[in-house]
Design a protein around this ligand. Structure first.
Ligand SMILES: [Zn+2]
Length: 132
């Protein structure tokens, strides 16, 4: 059953709410069902409301946003670490690489959820089509 059965195909969807649900890894329609079947694999349909989620086209968008965020954070933190550990530049490089990798792995699924939520709210890529 599709939750959008009661709404018309052109009804406005709350973009901010859908994006926040996506950031939490939840279905942008109901906010209850899980968005991901695996780490970055979006489930075909919500297990709670049945909303079809396979229409998403996130492509490289989540990776781009992740690089943007993690890169900015590392660029901000680098001078602080380098000032504290000037005698050991290798340790600064290794520590920041490990932190950037861990942060990227943490941020990437959230950015994908954000993009899927945005696409769902804007009815992009088949999200606006009536269920068949
Ligand atoms: Zn749902």
């Amino acid at each position: 059953m599709n939750t959008s059965a009661n709404e018309t195909n052109t009804a406005e969807r709350a973009t901010k709410l859908a994006v926040l649900k996506g950031l939490r890894g939840r279905c942008p329609a109901c906010g209850e069902g899980k968005l991901f079947a695996r780490y970055l694999k979006v489930t075909d349909a919500c297990s709670v409301c049945g909303e079809e989620l396979h229409h998403h086209r996130a492509d490289d968008g989540p990776a781009f946003l992740t690089i943007l965020i993690v890169g900015k954070l590392v660029a901000i933190v680098f001078p602080l670490f380098f000032g504290l550990m000037m005698d050991e530049p290798l340790m600064v490089a290794l520590g920041l690489c490990a932190a950037a990798t861990a942060l990227a792995l943490l941020v990437l699924p959230r950015m994908k959820g954000l993009m899927v939520g945005f696409q769902w709210a804007k009815r992009m890529h088949g999200f606006g089509r009536p269920a068949t």
